[in-house]
Design a protein around this ligand. Sequence first.
Ligand code: ZN
Length: 317
Amino acid sequence: MRPQCRARRIALAALAACGCGLAHAQAPAGRVPTVEELANDNKLFLSLAIKTFKWEEPAEPAHIVGPIWFVGTKGLGAFLFTTPAGHILMNTGMPSSGPMILESVRKLGFKPADIKLMINGHAHIDHAGAFAYVKQQTGASLAVMQQDVAAMESGDRSDFKYGADFGYPGVKVDRILRNGDTIRMGDVLLTAYYTPGHTRGATTWVANVVADGRAYVVAFPDGAGFNPGYRIAQDPSYPGIEDDYRNTLHFLEMLKPDIWLAQHNEYYDLEGKRARAQSAGVKAWIDPEGYRRFIAGKRRAFEDEIDREHGVPVRAH
Ligand code: ZN
């Protein structure tokens, strides 16, 4: 591979840390920035990611399985869990996404006022951006992993990589979660697992739901991705980050979900699965092998990064 091709591939792969499947990535002005440029310029990274992954474009909502519905934007995963006792909303996308998400809830025939609880994958602007808005519109309470509470309440002004560059409206946390805590509403059981690395309190959610008499384990893996400029092994972004990633990867490798969804839609192929679900129904969403491949990719990227930081040449995959 020619050196500039390799540099381009690496830059795209780095951007992909916040979303993969970058085969169709379009850089502004036709030039892909280098990893260094992305690592050193938070605003460039954010603006490119917003555009490339369509974070701020509205999307059609969709039914996934049983009580779980997709209500996110084109690029960002937000999910509604509906129960007779009230609904749960996971993630709110960018600060601009609030009205789109509530519109999706209405389109599906549900009432935003019935959202009683909100939960989050991790405290970055592309998932936590509109909690303040949705809370103000619905009165829902918010439950967050302990180590991400300060970030969410301050609008992420002290993120270890982004400082105040990716700030969003802060929101009061009503319930502080710890590893293994559960939330039960109606027939939905959600368990919060502490999977730090990507942020200090990144949370992997596992939902146990029943549809048509069958039980499903649905995972929402989080915490294992790293963005350009994160330092893990040498001069670490925060003390303990390498151990956090190792524990998180180990945990995610142990999970065996039937269905998996994620904070970024290209991770789990929302478009492909929703198209297949038209005829195949819930079977289109069942994808334990896709989950295994996704986590294996995260493991490989992590080990490559460790090698790179130690100055070991990265193997071609
Ligand atoms: Zn993030």
